[in-house]
Design a protein around this ligand. Structure first.
Ligand SMILES: CC(C)(COP(=O)(O)OP(=O)(O)OC[C@H]1O[C@@H](n2cnc3c(N)ncnc32)[C@H](O)[C@@H]1OP(=O)(O)O)[C@@H](O)C(=O)NCCC(=O)NCCS
Length: 186
C-alpha cells in the first residue's frame, strides 16, 4: 500500500461506534511500537465509551471497507472558567500500510472542523511538534495551560485556538476525562 499511496488517499471519515471497538484496538496495536501499543490500544477502547460531558468524539477513517485509522478527542476542563471549552486529541493512529497517504491529516482536520462547529475554544495535543505544527498547533498557544499531569516530554505540549476566549493573565490548570487519568500516559 505504501508504494502506491499518493499524497492523498480519500478515506471516508465517520464517527466510530461500539461496533468498531476491535478494529480500533487493532489499528493502535499495529501502529504503535510494541512497548506502548497495548497501553494505547486499551486507552482507545476506554475512550470509545467515555461518558463525558461534553461528549468524547471518536473518528475512524475507512478505506476500501477497512478501518485504516482512528483518533479520539476528549474534553479537558479549566479550573477557572466553566464556560470555556477545551479538548485534547489523543490517541491518533493509522495502520502502517496506509501511512503517508494523508489519512492521519484527514482525521485531525475532520475532528478540528467538527469541534470548531461546536464552538470549542481550544484543542490540545501531546505529541510530535513536527507532525502537529502543520495543522497550526503550537507550544505558544498551550503556554499558560497546565496539563493534568507532569509531562515526560514537555516539548510535545501544544494547542490551537479554535475560538478565542479571554484567559489573559491566568494560568489555567486543566483536568481530563477518566480514561486519561493515568500519569503514565503523560
Ligand atoms: C502519525 C501518524 C498518525 C500519521 O499518519 P499518516 O496517515 O501517515 O499521516 P499523513 O499521511 O496525513 O501525514 C504524513 C506526514 O506526516 C509525517 N509524520 C508522520 N509521523 C510523524 C512524526 N512522528 N513526526 C513528524 N512527522 C511525521 C510524515 O513524514 C508525512 O510527512 P509528509 O507529508 O511531509 O510526507 C502515523 O504515522 C501513525 O499512526 N504513527 C504511529 C502512531 C503515532 O505515533 N501516533 C501519534 C502521533 S504524534
Amino acid at each position: 500500500m505504501n508504494e502506491n499511496a499518493t499524497s492523498n488517499m480519500n478515506a471516508r471519515i465517520r464517527v466510530a461506534t461500539k461496533r468498531d471497538r476491535d478494529d480500533i484496538r487493532d489499528v493502535h496495536l499495529q501502529a504503535f511500537p510494541a512497548a506502548e501499543a497495548e497501553q494505547i490500544a486499551d486507552l482507545s477502547v476506554r475512550l470509545l465509551t467515555e461518558a463525558s460531558d461534553p461528549q468524547t468524539l471518536n473518528l475512524i477513517a475507512v478505506c476500501h471497507g477497512k478501518v485504516a485509522g482512528h483518533v479520539a478527542f476528549s474534553p479537558v476542563f479549566s479550573n477557572i472558567d466553566k464556560q470555556w471549552t477545551g479538548y485534547i486529541l489523543a490517541p491518533l493512529a493509522v495502520r502502517p500500510e496506509y501511512h503517508k497517504a494523508g489519512i492521519g491529516s484527514q482525521l485531525v482536520e475532520n475532528g478540528m472542523e467538527r469541534l470548531s462547529e461546536q464552538g470549542v475554544n481550544m484543542l490540545f495535543v501531546y505529541g510530535d511538534p513536527k507532525f502537529y505544527q502543520r495543522f497550526g498547533f503550537s507550544a505558544e498557544a498551550a503556554a499558560g495551560f497546565l496539563p493534568p499531569y507532569a509531562l515526560q516530554y514537555p516539548f510535545g505540549w501544544q494547542a490551537i485556538v479554535l475560538h478565542a476566549a479571554p484567559t489573559e493573565g491566568h494560568t489555567v490548570q486543566l483536568s481530563c476525562v477518566a480514561s486519561l487519568r493515568d500519569p503514565g500516559l503523560w
